[in-house]
Design a protein around this ligand. Structure first.
Ligand code: HEC
Length: 402
């Protein structure tokens, strides 16, 4: 049985593991004990603690939580001992005993191999320009092994000692971004034989390029998952891009819209969206520079950058033909997650358009999209919004869970 990964205490535990180690690293860097690499402190050990296994091993997770609790208690008791002279001996003895009594978890259950960049954080902000640039690099350097769709069937795949993994599944979300970054720059070795398995690209790519590639691979993977299963099995953010909004002169960053529900439209022929007060409507400028497409009167904002269209085409599974995005609409929740997508010819929002949803129904839905039930109590958009609000995207380290 798997642990419900959204159990609050478990999320908290994983959060403590992650931020505790990150804080330790920052502290070591601040006192000059560890150097910076690619602009961020380098993790000095070959292992780190990670919660990935804990999601499946509730027993170990409980032991770890209890041990951490007892260690904190030991620190408090030790601090008291420093202050309270008369009881000092007793308090120090108790503080020393507590860690011995703790039910320490098995080291192997919480240890994973680390890279110097394990705790590096991507500086790109999932920006549309980075995604598009990363995709160009991917096409130049990576498709021979990983394939245009990321599924690992490039022409050189069969010659590799290890078959390239499927990058179009959940893999990129299971890894720490920093580890992916390191593997792209410095390659990988086969865990068993120790032989090089994936080549490194540090001689051809800058750090910015590598981060851009990670964004591009995630966007590509999201699009492939959507094509194959009809859902974004891993939650995807709306790529960041500049917008120009009515009533706000000049360009703003799309981040200014965070906190509001967005309807993002790739304008197509035949479709005239009506204004809707429940959403802020953002119209994308066509990637092709085709200016014949209709102006979207209902739009509150425009995204003039062609990269915004291209990045969303990747996320929507139209990597090879960005023009096919025309007519597609997206709904973004207040936290910035892409939640729903309507196909170009859709007349109204339907339940099946909610393509980023809670894990209980994250398995590919067998019902054909065409025969989707139209919800009657509210209109299509109203019921989508109700479900989105009822099922927010939750964050669990070691894997994002809807
Ligand atoms: C010569 C073939 C080849 C090329 C070219 C190649 N890869 Fe790989 N890649 C592999 C193989 C093989 C693995 C599996 C290695 C393993 O698991 O030991 C892999 C693994 C990966 C992984 C998974 C890393 C992980 O943490 O599990 C990522 C991400 C990746 N490659 C990205 C890229 C990117 C980005 C490029 C282009 C800049 C690229 N690869 C180019 C062969 C290749």
């Amino acid at each position: 049985m798997t642990t419900p990964p959204d159990a609050l205490w478990l999320q908290w535990l994983l959060g403590v593991l992650q931020s505790g180690q990150a804080a330790l690293l920052q502290a070591l860097h601040a006192v000059g004990l560890v150097p910076a690499l690619y602009g961020q402190p380098a993790w000095p050990w070959a292992s780190r603690l990670a919660g990935d296994t804990l999601l499946f091993d509730l027993g170990q997770a409980r032991r770890l939580a209890l041990t951490l609790g007892l260690l904190v208690l030991a620190l408090v008791v030790a601090a008291l001992g420093l202050l309270w002279r008369r009881r000092r001996v007793w308090l120090v003895v108790v503080a020393g005993l507590l860690p011995l009594l703790a039910p320490w978890p098995q080291w192997e259950a919480i240890r994973v191999a680390a890279t110097p960049a394990s705790f590096h954080v991507s500086p790109t902000g999932f920006e549309a320009g980075a995604i598009v640039r990363g995709h160009q690099l991917y096409r130049q350097l990576c498709v021979d092994c990983h394939g245009a769709d990321g599924r690992g069937h490039g022409p050189l795949a069969a010659q590799q000692a290890v078959w390239p993994p499927n990058l179009a599944g959940p893999l990129l979300w299971r890894r720490a971004d920093g580890d992916l970054f390191w593997h792209v720059l410095h390659g990988m070795r086969d865990a068993r034989s120790g032989q090089p398995s994936m080549p490194g690209f540090a001689d051809r790519l800058s750090a910015d390029d590598a981060w851009a590639l990670i964004d591009a691979m995630k966007a590509l993977a999201a699009g492939q998952m959507l094509r194959q299963t009809g859902q974004w099995l891993q939650p995807v953010r709306l790529p960041a891009f500049a917008v120009r909004c009515a009533g706000a002169p000049g360009r703003q960053s799309g981040a200014a819209l965070l906190g509001q529900r967005l309807r993002v439209i790739a304008p197509g022929a035949g479709q005239v969206p009506t204004p809707d007060p429940r959403v802020v409507t953002v119209a994308l400028a066509p990637a092709s520079g085709n200016t014949d497409l209709p102006h979207v009167d209902a739009a509150d904002c425009e995204a003039p950058q062609a990269d915004a269209w291209r990045a969303l085409a990747l996320v929507a599974g139209n990597a090879d033909d960005p023009g096919a995005l025309a007519g597609t609409q997206f709904i973004v929740d207040r936290e910035g997650w892409l939640r729903a997508r309507a196909a170009p010819d859709a007349a109204d929002w339907q339940e099946d358009d909610l393509v980023c949803r809670a894990p209980s129904d994250a398995s590919p839905s067998p019902s054909a999209p065409a025969s989707a039930t139209r919800l009657t109590a509210l209109d299509g958009l109203g019921s989508l919004i109700a479900r989105m609000d009822a099922e927010p995207v939750r964050y669990v380290k070691g894997g994002l869970v809807h």
